[in-house]
Design a protein around this ligand. Structure first.
Ligand SMILES: Nc1nc2c(ncn2[C@@H]2O[C@H](COP(=O)(O)OP(=O)(O)OP(=O)(O)O)[C@@H](O)[C@H]2O)c(=O)[nH]1
Ligand SMILES: [Mg+2]
Ligand SMILES: [Zn+2]
Length: 390
């Protein structure tokens, strides 16, 4: 029993794991020399002492945290609209508050690696400065995420944005040339995170051959919304705007495909920076550097994101991969073997559908590429159980 009773002021104690940098001690540290001949009798059970790092079980500490209600001031709520180093900008509907994150929260969420991301719903305490003005806040709580778009980077998982309804996945027909497999990776990540995927092929003003239509039809046939656009020539902008109206949208894709240009065309007042792709490499210049949440005049919001070259979706378990290829789902039960992974098996309904032209070979190739990539991850997980993603 505690003499404090179950009041609001009662601090909560949590036993936290220390963050470990290494799974194994870097090397064995034989800090003590083997015992002298003469001392051997005293050391009946061991003839050598070593000093090792502490075991996992002992590497914990106690973190004491108070419930937000017992902090001075009122608790406000808002949406994280930008993350800038240690600061998070939080929009409470009336104004934007630069906020820091309560240290204890950072510690509690440390395994997460993305304690607060753009789109998070947060509770924060406005902080009053010496002059009595409340200009900053401290984030006390991050609410559970309804959706999230994630990517892996080595052993870490990053959340690109949270609580968005849909991802507009942009590729440009040229400069840089479209990468179909990257679009498919984004679709897998979007599905995994609970977002609807929309395909957008931009720069169709450069498309003399009609490549864009072919690609878009490929995705429309399997049920995705797919839009051809040109931010420069103003094509498809109304359609894209109406798809975004009233929703929260994440716009993703390689650097230089025209994500920010499309948003500027949809809502000219945004004035997002854009820059030409490099002439030599035809690659973008990573003009947008952090994710930002922007309100749309048509209702809803959009998160512009920095372009990324490759998308590692290692957070998806291997045995779930097939579920994220929508056109596979109904066919999988027709495979001869219930554990068919659709690579070499006899009587595979997926491979027959590819041969018959009912599943696009490009999509199947994306599946195979991801299958082998995720197999490597699950092999690693089996060999080294400590190899956690996150
Ligand atoms: N021809 C053509 N050029 C375009 C189009 N849309 C964008 N661009 C050009 O492509 C270049 C890159 O555009 P950005 O909007 O900066 O591309 P981004 O995807 O936001 O790139 P990051 O912020 O680096 O990820 C700019 O020079 C744009 O003018 C288009 O529809 N057609
Ligand atoms: Mg940009
Ligand atoms: Zn199969």
């Amino acid at each position: 029993m505690t003499d404090r009773g179950p009041g609001k002021d009662k601090p909560r104690k949590d036993r936290m794991h220390f963050r470990r940098n290494r799974q194994q001690p870097a090397r064995r540290k034989h800090w003590q020399l083997p015992p002298e001949e003469s001392a051997r009798d005293d050391l009946a059970t061991t003839n050598r002492e070593t000093v090792r790092t502490k075991g996992e079980l002992s590497r914990k500490r106690t973190v004491v945290q108070r419930e937000p209600a017992c902090l001075a001031g009122t608790i406000a709520e808002g949406i994280a609209v930008a993350v800038r180093g240690q600061y998070v900008d939080v929009d409470d509907g009336n104004r934007v508050w630069p906020c820091t994150v309560r240290r204890v929260l950072r510690t509690l969420l440390i395994r997460d690696r993305s304690p607060v991301v753009v789109g998070d719903r947060v509770s924060f305490t406005p902080v009053v400065d010496a002059a009595g003005n409340a200009n900053e806040g401290v984030i006390e709580k991050v609410h559970p995420r309804r959706t999230s778009l994630m990517r892996c980077d080595g052993r870490r998982t990053h959340v690109i944005a949270a609580n968005v309804d849909q991802a507009v996945i942009v590729g440009s027909i040229f400069e840089p040339m479209i990468k179909i497999h990257l679009l498919d990776r984004y679709l897998v990540a979007a599905h995994w995170g609970g977002l609807a995927g929309i395909i957008c092929v931009n720069k169709i003003d450069l498309d003399g051959e009609g490549f864009a239509d072919e690609i878009l039809d490929q995705y429309r046939r399997i049920g995705y919304r797919a839009v051809a656009t040109s931010a420069v020539a103003g094509i498809g902008i109304d359609e894209l705007r109406s798809l975004m109206a009233g929703k929260t949208t994440l716009i993703v894709g390689q650097s230089g495909v025209g994500k920010s240009s499309l948003l500027n065309a949809i809502q000219p007042g945004l004035r997002l920076p854009t820059a030409p792709v490099s002439e030599a490499s035809e690659k973008g210049r990573h003009t947008t550097t952090t994710a930002v949440w922007l309100k749309l005049d048509v209702g809803g919001a959009v998160v512009d994101t920095p372009g990324i070259r490759a998308l590692d979706v290692a957070m998806v378990p291997l045995n779930e991969l097939e579920q994220h290829f929508v056109e596979f789902v109904d066919r999988v039960p027709h495979c001869k073997f219930p554990n068919c992974v659709h690579i070499h098996e006899e009587g595979c309904a997926i491979r027959s559908a590819v041969e018959a032209g009912h599943i696009e070979r490009d999509r199947y190739d994306s599946y195979v590429e991801l299958f082998y990539e995720l197999s490597e991850v699950s092999k690693l997980l089996r060999e080294k159980p400590g190899h956690g993603r996150g």
